[in-house]
Design a protein around this ligand. Structure first.
Ligand code: KG4
Ligand code: ZN
Length: 342
């Protein structure tokens, strides 16, 4: 089965063709993040205008790269939310138009379901259920217990900001560009992660929830009270802040494993899963279990291949829902991740 997917939830415009939910034939991503590098974050209207400029060339290139004509497609898929409304409208309007022109079914996919599906891309070996997935990006931070592609429970989520947002705001305080995650990692590479103490949010609660606002405030006061900061001190602050964010995410995974010791794999997905310090910290604490991250960094941050994978898994499990009139699926609440089980 060949699916053409479109993802335009934030500042990336992406189109991809994936075979049977796993084999990526093309994955084209155009990012407007450079425009926002000095601004500390995305401006929704500017992002949507970029989406309009890029969407057609990106789709054409995805078809060309895959050597695929529209008649070879079995279905189209598009991110239906959550995300920036103006950006989402560009992708879903184009997807609906193409689906109508080409007489193909169109599947609406929750953005998080896309991220949860990203570890299957370009992977041939069997992935073992049940799985605990940490999905951490600029918009959300969630822990899922998953029994199959379309059956899972939300174990915990953030009570305030998302982990990626904590990286982005922290970078802004340190005078670094957007997106902040990669910038903090690079600055902290030669810093001491134990040089500065940070709080451990919600550590005493059994539930694997997250809270990042206290960590951000601690960083703000640390910088304010440090006066003139040397280059080495900046590196130490970046490394310590990154370490504190990663330990907080690790604590959530450990609490989830305590509740569900039967879990066989831990998956890290979403933009923050690109963080090398986070990956090694978690690897050290999960014993014999497999730690799986998306096979390619381009599958960690926003991309259409993961949306095509999610659509294929949804069609396999529940064709009647996947092929329901697009309006029905599009009108589901934005937090409704799996179209059926939740
Ligand atoms: O999944 P994503 O591309 O978009 C959303 O759905 O939000 O995630 C973007 C977020 C940004 O906040 C960015 O700073 C963060 O992912 N990010 C990272 C890294 N690369 C991207 N955070 C930590 N370390 C990284 N290497
Ligand atoms: Zn995302």
């Amino acid at each position: 089965m060949h699916i053409l997917a479109i993802e335009t939830s934030c500042d990336e415009t992406s189109a991809s063709i994936v075979e049977d939910g796993k084999k990526v034939l093309s994955n084209v991503i155009s990012s407007s993040s450079e425009i926002f590098a000095t601004l500390g974050g995305v401006i929704p209207e500017a992002a949507a205008r970029q989406q309009l400029t890029c969407i057609h060339p990106v789709i054409t290139k995805a078809l060309d790269d895959a050597g695929c004509m529209s008649d070879a497609l079995d279905a189209l898929a598009v991110t239906r939310g959550p995300g920036l409304l103006q950006s989402l409208l560009v992708g879903s309007t184009v997807a609906r138009t193409l689906a109508r022109l080409w007489s193909k079914p169109l599947v609406g996919i929750h953005h998080t379901f896309g991220h949860l599906s990203s570890p299957w891309l370009d992977v041939t070996e069997e992935i073992l259920w049940p799985i605990i997935t940490l999905s951490a990006s600029g918009g959300h931070t969630e822990l899922w217990l998953r029994r199959s592609h379309t059956d899972g429970d939300l174990l915990g989520s953030t009570r305030d900001d998302a982990a990626g947002e904590a990286f982005d705001k922290g970078a802004q305080l340190l005078g670094l560009p957007y997106p902040g995650g990669p910038a903090i990692s690079v600055l902290g590479q030669h810093g001491d992660p134990h040089a500065y103490p940070f709080p451990s949010p919600l550590a005493d609660l059994p539930s694997p929830d997250f809270s990042f606002s206290g960590l951000k405030t601690a960083l703000k006061y640390l910088i304010r009270d440090s006066g003139e900061i040397s280059e080495q001190a900046r590196r130490d602050i970046a490394a310590s802040y990154q370490h504190a964010l990663c330990v907080h995410l690790l604590t959530g995974i450990e609490k989830s494993l305590h509740l569900h010791p039967e879990v066989r794999e831990i998956h890290l997905v979403g933009g923050v899963s690109a963080n090398i310090h986070l990956r090694s910290l978690i690897q050290e604490h999960i014993g014999e279990r497999t730690l799986r991250t998306p096979k390619n960094i381009a599958y960690c941050t926003d991309n259409a291949a993961m949306i095509a994978a999610a659509a294929a898994f949804l069609i396999q499990a529940h064709p009647q829902v996947a092929f329901a009139p697009f309006e029905t699926v599009a009108s589901l609440p934005a937090n409704f991740v799996f179209a059926v089980s939740q």
